[in-house]
Write a protein that binds this ligand. Structure first.
Ligand SMILES: *[C@@H]1O[C@H](CO)[C@@H](O)[C@H](O)[C@H]1NC(C)=O
Ligand SMILES: *[C@@H]1O[C@H](CO)[C@@H](O)[C@H](O)[C@H]1NC(C)=O
Ligand SMILES: *[C@@H]1O[C@H](CO)[C@@H](O)[C@H](O)[C@H]1NC(C)=O
Length: 207
């Protein structure tokens, strides 16, 4: 095929949309994500950290993509993995601890809006089960940059009591999820956290 004839196909992808959590700090590409999702997908996310799931899915099938289907679930945090970071002197990981009831201010970046639906939920990363929906929008990102409802990009969620399910790093994320209903594109971004009520002791699960 002549290269130019591909242009109409490529252009919509290039100008397509998207968003990302700005704060708290979201999961990003790390060696753990590279191991699980492979170079094709992690390179695409590095180039555009607001990329969408449907654009990443075909990359998994590319020969030599390095994609590992049992480790990289693109429908959860776009496949981005929990990455153990620095551990503090007392052995505690640097993943933030939000006790139940914590009001968490969040900021997201809607780089290119596409009308759709959205929610913010606490997701169990082993099962991809939404343990709790913290916020949802029936109409989201319907408008232009600069004139979107303020609460599309700046809002608060209240961390629920998840007993011992989110007590340790990597077990749960706060996932911001947005689906552009017209363009049929899924955007997601995740924040790692731990949560346990004061005085509650939880057993670290076996690997
Ligand atoms: C996302 O990419 C933008 C550049 O487009 C960069 O400024 C920003 O720091 C990145 N954010 C994260 C969390 O990687
Ligand atoms: C793919 O991921 C699974 C689960 O993490 C792991 O057990 C397996 O060894 C990985 N396969 C390869 C080829 O890396
Ligand atoms: C909420 O987000 C999840 C992803 O965590 C998605 O699968 C689900 O369809 C969303 N629900 C609604 C009602 O938007």
């Amino acid at each position: 095929m002549h290269a130019l004839s591909l242009l109409p196909l490529l252009l919509p992808a290039l100008i397509a949309s998207h968003g990302l959590i700005l704060s708290p700090a979201p999961r990003t590409v790390t060696d753990a994500s590279l191991d699980a999702c492979g170079r094709a997908i992690t390179t695409a996310i590095t180039k555009d950290n607001t990329s969408y799931v449907e654009q990443l899915t075909p990359l998994a099938a590319q020969p030599g993509s390095g994609y590992n289907a049992s480790a990289c679930n693109l429908a959860l945090c776009k496949g981005l993995q929990y990455a153990p970071t620095v551990t503090l002197a007392d052995g505690e990981p640097t993943v933030p601890l939000y006790t139940p009831g914590t009001v968490l201010p969040m900021k997201v970046w809607i780089r290119i809006p596409h009308a759709g639906i959205a929610n913010v939920s606490v997701v169990d990363t082993k099962t991809n089960e939404a343990i709790a929906v913290l916020k949802s929008w029936d109409v989201y990102a319907a408008g232009k940059v600069g004139s979107l409802p303020k609460d599309n990009e700046e809002f608060e969620v209240t961390v629920p009591d998840t007993a011992c399910r989110c007590a340790f790093e990597g077990q749960c994320v706060v996932q911001w999820w947005w689906f552009g209903t017209q363009v049929r594109q899924t955007y997601a971004s995740c924040v790692d956290f731990r949560s346990v009520a004061e005085g509650v002791r939880c057993e670290r699960p076996m690997e």
